[in-house]
Design a protein around this ligand. Structure first.
Ligand code: NAD
Length: 260
């Protein structure tokens, strides 16, 4: 099981979970394409990885743009020599009760999580099939791929959708040696989560400490946040697994929140 000398394209890799996955993959010998809508931050993340002696390319990509996804995957293939692993990770959060949810916000969130996953998958599969050397596709799901929480209608819907997409990719990709799996983390302290703490405190009329203790970590076995490295290690395991034995699956990494 190794990702050494594989080319990995990671979306949303300028920050948080995606950035850590890029760093860990590079440390295990992969060549990484750091794709993000934040061009400068992607550049900085790629430079930091190159400074540690690995190969990395910065890819400016809005995952909701068909043209930018096609161009970004082509750039990855050109600069790093192919694409063997896709981590479809870019994401946002918008919280509101359904009756107050703006349709524009619903569509924005669905576009980044679901359209982005489709567009990056399609572009990478075309290269993987043509190259004939198999591949691994990972989707960044969430415990919200399996569970619901109030205020998160499009996020929960989108994260459930990724499991369906992964199952189809697993079935279609098998003949080409392409596997597809979903990682479902609990709460990880990234900018995406830091933003939600005051928002939820306001919505529910409770303190920020109560949001953390009584909402975010309430159903964990030990009241602990999941870490960037916990998620990156799961990604490493899925990406390096060498056969179709592990495909179409999802793994929950959440300190026991949602046991299956
Ligand atoms: P983050 O905000 O730190 O990083 C998200 C990255 O996605 C940012 O760099 C942002 O610029 C990028 N991005 C946003 N829109 C984009 C677009 N249209 N095109 C390209 N890039 C775009 O957040 P994070 O917590 O690291 O989240 C990463 C993924 O992990 C998301 O899919 C999120 O839903 C998922 N997730 C996070 C948690 C958590 O607790 N943090 C838990 C479960 C799942």
């Amino acid at each position: 099981m190794t990702i050494e000398n594989k080319v990995a394209l990671i979306t949303g890799a300028a920050s948080g979970i995606g950035r850590r996955i890029a760093e860990v993959f590079a440390a295990h010998g992969a060549h990484v394409a750091v794709a993000d809508i934040q061009r400068d931050a992607a550049q900085a993340a790629a430079e930091a990885i190159r400074a540690r002696g690995a190969r990395a390319a910065a890819i400016a990509m809005d995952v909701t743009s068909e043209a930018e996804v096609e161009a970004g995957v082509a750039q990855t293939v050109r600069e790093l020599g192919g694409v063997d692993i896709l981590v479809s990770n870019a994401g946002i959060q918008i919280v509101n009760p359904i009756e107050q949810f703006a349709y524009a916000d619903w569509k924005k969130l669905m576009a980044i999580h679901v359209d982005g996953a489709f567009l990056t998958t399609r572009a990478c599969l075309r290269h993987m099939y043509a190259a004939g050397r198999g591949g691994a596709i990972l989707y960044m799901g969430s415990v919200h791929s399996k569970e619901a929480s109030p205020l998160k209608a499009p996020y929960v819907a989108a994260k459930h959708a990724l499991i369906g997409l992964a199952k189809v990719v697993a079935k279609e990709g098998a003949a080409h040696g392409v596997r597809a799996n979903v990682i479902c983390p609990g709460f990880v302290r990234t900018p995406l989560v830091e933003k939600q703490i005051p928002e939820q405190a306001r919505e529910f009329g409770i303190s920020e400490a109560e949001v953390i203790k009584n909402i975010m970590l309430k159903n964990t076995v030990d009241g602990e946040f999941t870490t960037l490295d916990d998620v990156a290690q799961c990604a490493l395991f899925f990406a390096g697994f060498a056969s179709n034995a592990l495909t179409g699956q999802s793994i929950v990494v959440s300190h026991g929140w949602h046991m299956q």
